[in-house]
Design a protein around this ligand. Sequence first.
Ligand code: ACO
Ligand code: KIV
Ligand code: MG
Length: 554
Amino acid sequence: MLKNPSSKYQPFPLINIPNRQWPSRHLTHAPIWCSVDLRDGNQALAVPMNVSQKLDMFDALVQCGFKEIEVGFPSASNTEFQFNRRLIEEKRIPEDVTIQCLVQAREDLIEKTVESLIGAKQVVIHMYNSTSPAQRKYVFGKSKEEIIAVAVKGAQMIKDRLHRLTAGGTKVTLQYSPESFSATEVEFAKEISEAVMDVWQPTPENKMILNLPDTVEVAMPNVYADQIEWICTNIKNRESLIISLHTHNDRGTGTAATELGLLAGADRVEGTLFGNGERTGNLDIVQVAMNLYMHGIDPKLDFSDMSGLISMYERTTGMTVPPRQPYAGELVFTAFSGSHQDAIKKGLAGYEQHKSIWDVPYLTIDPEDIGREYREVIRVNSQSGKGGVAYLLESEFGIELPKDMQREFGPLANDIVDKLGREVTAAELKGMFWKEYIERESPYSLHHFHADGVDGVFTCRCSLVINGKERGITGKGNGPIAAFAQALIQEAGAPAFEVATYREQSLSSGTEASALAYIQIKTTSGKTIWGAGVDTNIELASIKAVLSAVNRAA
Ligand SMILES: CC(=O)SCCNC(=O)CCNC(=O)[C@H](O)C(C)(C)COP(=O)(O)OP(=O)(O)OC[C@H]1O[C@@H](n2cnc3c(N)ncnc32)[C@H](O)[C@@H]1OP(=O)(O)O
Ligand SMILES: CC(C)C(=O)C(=O)O
Ligand SMILES: [Mg+2]
């Protein structure tokens, strides 16, 4: 049993904002995106990516439309340093893409970082130092003033080396992160950020990025939004800053914190594909971008080949995308349960007709938009209903069961699937349908059938095998089906029945076209039973359907 937590943990203090604005705003456009897959995502892997894996991912990120990519921590290792050199020397960075590198406020590391970036067209140098009370106390053993001094000294060390890059024509943007911002007193976060601004002297024409990380989620997302709004409102020279969000997911609310942070006034978002990153991960950028998309806002990122992106991600990171990951997971567009399948089937049919605003129940977006197929939407197990069964038979094999026949076959299929205790494929469902209707040959099976009509009166002659013995029978009626029904009842001993419903459809399989006929018969006791028959000849298909129903009734 969990112990009473009240003596060990405490709630996070609220931020005092008397007139907060973010709750009544809404999002209208995409933020500036920065992928940190190759740095924050990479540093969280048991086996960090090698250079060729990083190149593979870099190309994919560019393909998605990222214009800012944090490519690494070049002072951390030779691999990280060499990755920058390959990107730059092999001219792999598109003209409109800026690479970003992270560094601590330490001279040797800054030196190495600058060296790794020589020759690039445009870069962001991202310096951080941690500011929260716990970090100040345990990690650095420093007072607030001393922590500010670390940041200021680091900012100056970077400034002093800028000419090494700018002399070669590199455009440099500077970024500062008071790491652990969300656990830091807002007043102190403002003070240290302004101290860095004093060194870097940003202007509206030459802005710096102030990244405000939710390094470890410590509070609810509304608190993070308050922190962001507080900084946006109170920091000096706001117009010279690009306010950036960098959330993690420790409390499972990275996406919510980012969205509320954007409402609170931020301009930019850092995150990773599918949320790879330290501990529970970084913000999943796919989620925030697709959340904008589902509200009709162009996210300015292209996730139209989600499966391709997942393969790249799994290949380069060794991680997997969980099946219920929003938008990307294998099961997010899948319905097993009957009522959902029924609603989706009807919703898709309705959408096909109006083709305007997406309003299909249970599907947040059209799976086709991200390259997913409708065939994965409806899958059948014991929780499924007739709608799902009918959808699969129709979408995979073109078998359009009459609505009333769905009511009969649905429960029969459900019973078999329940006994199997697993999901079944469309082919298995077709097999069940064939066994139940098409392949019914007992007690009657048809050997030969012929019908002629004179003046609207049809005479049929056929041979049946009845309980193993061949027998010829004849009958008359106003059509071949009626004539056959009479022959069955009067000469073959079938119980009296009448044909209640008849439907036919063509069915193509491969090059061979055939007909599928559905017949519903009604017995004298009022019971209705369906039968189905397949043949290249439509008349024979309907005769077989009658026999299928009579056999099922027997
Ligand atoms: C929230 C984040 O994701 S921050 C990014 C974290 N990413 C990484 O750490 C991945 C790459 N890091 C590395 O490869 C290594 O840690 C290096 C190369 C940066 C540094 O390596 P080392 O100096 O050997 O070791 P280490 O990381 O333990 O250094 C800790 C020292 O740096 C200090 N330090 C930590 N962060 C900072 C900072 N941002 N600015 C200045 N000093 C810092 C610590 O106080 C500590 O000082 P101490 O030795 O006086 O106690
Ligand atoms: C270095 C910073 C931005 C970081 O990754 C974090 O605080 O989570
Ligand atoms: Mg981080």
